[in-house]
Design a protein around this ligand. Structure first.
Ligand code: VGL
Ligand code: ZN
Length: 210
């Protein structure tokens, strides 16, 4: 068990798996890895992308805008996505083969109709907090490990915000997959390096090397 540490499993939901509305290539390959990795952690938090119908991040909510185009919103640039992870739908449900029964909390995010939230900590307005930092601090967590989807969006923003909130951060690289649109993967990896976020593989974490 890793003391003072938590594993955050990001958005392992049907819509991000092959066949889903916003499928991440090879996204299903990480599920067994995450299941195994989670056995090393007493504290496990799941995040769940959880949008109301007609959410502002959906291309369908903006006339004439195709999916994967970008627009300027009040809080900044927003990528427009296919409708995905609509509250209560099968697409928003966790991957069927995800098996982390000892996880204690689910942080749902992106539920404000007019604000997206890639990050598990801070919504896209960069002001509204989800409460996750407080939860982790109250439990004495100092270091967070992140795995899940997508590496270049929700994992990346969560990792950077965790670091900004004062946690040590490890991204478990092979337990993530990326969307990689418009150079997003390269910029995420560069941002990790700039922020002092460690990238490691699951085997290194399981061996206690990281
Ligand atoms: C995500 C795009 C839109 C993610 C969520 O989980 O990375 N990406 N909503
Ligand atoms: Zn989303």
């Amino acid at each position: 068990m890793k003391p003072d540490a938590a594993l955050i499993v990001v958005d392992l939901q049907n819509d991000f798996l092959p066949g889903g509305a916003l499928a991440v290539e090879d996204g299903d390959a990480i599920v067994p890895l995450v299941n195994r990795l989670a056995l090393r952690f007493e504290d496990v938090i799941l995040t769940q992308d959880w949008h109301p119908p007609g959410h502002i991040s959906f291309a369908s909510a903006h006339r004439g805008q195709p999916p994967f185009s970008t627009i300027e919103l009040a809080y900044g640039r927003q990528v427009l996505w296919p409708d995905h992870c609509v509250q209560g739908t099968q697409g928003a449900a966790f991957a069927e083969r995800l098996s982390v029964p000892h996880a204690q909390a689910v942080i749902r995010k992106g539920w404000h109709a007019h604000t997206d939230s890639y990050s598990a900590f801070l919504e896209a307005d960069r002001k509204t907090r989800t409460g996750l930092a407080g939860l982790l601090r109250e439990r004495g967590v100092r270091r967070v490990y992140l795995a899940g989807l997508a590496l270049d969006f929700c994992v990346a923003w969560s990792a950077l915000d965790a670091r900004a909130a004062g946690f040590e951060v490890v991204v478990v690289r092979d337990a993530c997959r990326a969307i990689d649109t418009g150079g997003s993967l390269a910029s995420a990896l560069q941002a990790f390096a700039n922020a002092g976020i460690v990238c490691a593989n699951a085997a290194e974490v399981e061996a206690g090397e990281v």
